[in-house]
Design a protein around this ligand. Structure first.
Ligand code: SF4
Length: 261
């Protein structure tokens, strides 16, 4: 159901973003992901919301839901220049199949790249700086015109996400919607099967979590599905998810299974 401002508080828009997120989380806590998404896209943030997608291992489900609601919804895709060719082809195939009409490829500022990573090896020496250059800053710039964004994060992905709210606020004062917050990996798989959605081509090759090619390796049976991300380093998050000014970071051994941005 769309947001009933009159039944919540008045005026809703005067509330701080964290307070708005709290109100929205309570309002929609009993609703299915598709219903929350539909209300956010059609009513609550109409024309002011974007989906951020990595077109990774579990991305097809959320992309499919958004496309069914409104295929003109802006979809922001971080093209870091370091992605697997399979991810680029998967992105093109899904966008065509779902009829997405406002897919935006977000890239780093080329002047910054030439001054900070002319050799393309920053990911080896300083992956945090590389993610800031190729992911965090470009995304923050791209989100500047929106009041809200949609992510595919789920509570089961890591200990830092175990208390993930349906709605959050980000450091820039935008509302962040996590419609799959309470979904499991099996829920995603079931949805993809039911809707005949194609898997990312690298999943069958041992990649349950897929990021940039230099920072992603296959995962052995029994390993944490995210073990292939920045393997051998302390880093486990790219930094695009900042909650109340704090970048989420936890020790790798605390990270739980499932894919994530
Ligand atoms: S995942 Fe690796 S290559 Fe991609 S932006 Fe981060 S450090 Fe750079």
């Amino acid at each position: 159901m769309p947001l009933d401002f009159a039944g919540v508080c008045a005026p809703f828009s005067s509330l701080s973003t964290p307070a708005q997120a709290g109100v929205l989380s309570r309002l929609y806590q009993e609703d299915a992901a598709q219903e929350v998404l539909g209300a956010a896209i059609r009513w609550d943030f109409r024309g002011r919301i974007a989906l951020v997608s990595s077109f990774g291992a579990e991305s097809a489900a959320l992309l499919h839901m958004v496309a069914k609601i409104d295929p003109t919804t802006p979809v922001l895709f971080l093209e870091t220049g370091m992605l697997f060719p399979e991810t680029l082809s998967y992105q093109q195939a899904l966008a065509a199949r779902f009829g997405l009409t406002d897919l935006r490829l977000i890239s780093a500022d080329m002047d910054e790249v030439s001054t900070q990573d002319s050799g393309g090896l920053l990911h080896r020496n300083d992956p945090d700086a590389c993610c800031a250059l190729r992911k965090t800053r470009p995304l923050q710039h791209a989100l500047g015109q929106f009041d809200a964004w949609i992510t595919g994060r789920k509570r089961g992905q890591s200990s830092t996400r175990s208390d993930l709210d349906l709605f959050e606020s980000d450091a820039a004062g935008r509302v962040k919607l996590n419609p799959l917050a309470d979904w499991s990996a099996q829920d995603v798989a079931t949805y993809m099967t039911a809707n005949d959605l194609p898997p990312h081509p690298l999943v069958a090759s041992g990649y349950p979590s897929i990021g940039c090619a230099p920072c992603t390796t296959p995962v052995k049976p029994g390993e944490d599905p995210r073990a292939g991300r920045w393997r051998g380093r302390e880093k486990i998050e790219c930094g695009i998810h900042v909650d109340n000014g704090r970048i989420i970071r936890t020790p790798r051994e605390k990270a739980a299974p499932m894919d994530g941005a």
